[in-house]
Design a protein around this ligand. Structure first.
Ligand SMILES: NC(=O)c1ccc[n+]([C@@H]2O[C@H](COP(=O)([O-])OP(=O)(O)OC[C@H]3O[C@@H](n4cnc5c(N)ncnc54)[C@H](OP(=O)(O)O)[C@@H]3O)[C@@H](O)[C@H]2O)c1
Length: 260
């Protein structure tokens, strides 16, 4: 099926690795003109080359720290318009005891998981509305549907983003601009492996034991391949998806057991 993104511009945040890179690969394979964004220029150049080797379409890149207002402003100044935007600061959730959190911590997590997306949406949305095409996909986390202990800081910022978008989607929809969020569970990326390795070390058990522990809570009984999340993001960016907006789509192999 042709998802109708040929020659569409796509800015993919956190695009040099993991979920963002998988989304970039799929969109490039579908003919989109992709710009990947993350901090490390060398990793970006390697990823852009590898994606282009497979898709045959040149991949652009831009280095910016998306947890800073200056980084986000630099991105928008350098790439002022896009048809598809994938917001993804790439910052993994880290656990912290509620009582240990100070204002500076809350502020930092709001930069990482709220402003990192909302500033880019504010910047790119008017152009998308004017051209009567836009697909925005945010990368969040399944846990916002069933919040975890010691994750108040990250959940609060991501739920603030979900709330802001819920209020915004009806303004954008008449202009053929959709905004949806993908909520991954356990995706086999560098970031997840790092977290699981740390957990194994702190519990003095093997990496495999920790993987078995976490996948036991998921009906699929396995970690997701990053491409499974990347393909879902690309599908939400499809031309045919103009009637799907404001959705928070869990992609976690059945770990979340709620109906809504
Ligand atoms: N993997 C999972 O199981 C999972 C599940 C749910 C949600 N998520 C969320 O999905 C997002 C992506 O995770 P992932 O697993 O794909 O991670 P990953 O494989 O580590 O990739 C992260 C990407 O983001 C970039 N990045 C990190 N910090 C950045 C910053 N400050 N500014 C700009 N780019 C930055 C990284 O490149 P540089 O380091 O070079 O900047 C890299 O390209 C995270 O927010 C994570 O919390 C992941």
């Amino acid at each position: 099926m042709d998802i109708g993104v040929k020659n569409r511009r796509a800015v993919i945040c956190g695009g040099s690795s993991g979920i963002g890179r998988a989304a970039a690969s799929r969109l490039s394979a579908e003919g989109a003109l992709v710009t990947i964004v993350s901090r490390d220029s060398e990793r970006l150049a390697d990823a852009a080359r590898a994606i282009c080797d497979t898709s045959g379409i040149p991949v652009d890149y831009f280095a910016a720290d998306l947890t800073t207002a200056a980084g986000r402003a630099a991105l928008v100044a350098a790439r002022p318009a896009t048809d598809i935007l994938v917001t993804n600061s790439g910052v993994p959730q880290r656990f912290a005891a509620f009582q240990s959190l100070r204002k500076a911590d809350w502020d930092w997590w709001f930069e990482a998981h709220f402003h990192s997306a909302i500033d880019l949406i504010q910047a790119y949305l008017p152009g998308m509305m004017q051209q009567r095409f836009g697909r925005i996909v945010n990368v969040s986390v399944s846990f916002i549907k069933f919040p975890q202990v010691n994750a108040a800081h990250s959940h609060a910022a991501r739920l603030a983003l979900a709330g802001a978008i819920a209020s915004l989607v009806r303004e954008a929809a008449p202009h053929n601009v959709t905004i949806n969020s993908v909520l991954p569970g356990l995706v086999d990326t560098e970031a997840l492996r790092r977290t699981l390795r740390e957990r194994a070390e702190s519990k003095n058990v093997s990496f495999q034991t920790v993987v078995a522990e976490v996948t036991a809570r998921c009906a699929a009984g396995r970690l997701a391949d990053p491409q499974e999340a990347g393909d879902l993001i690309a599908m939400l960016a499809a031309a045919q998806m103009g009637y799907v907006t404001g959705q928070n789509i869990v992609n976690d192999g059945g770990a979340f057991q709620g109906l809504f």
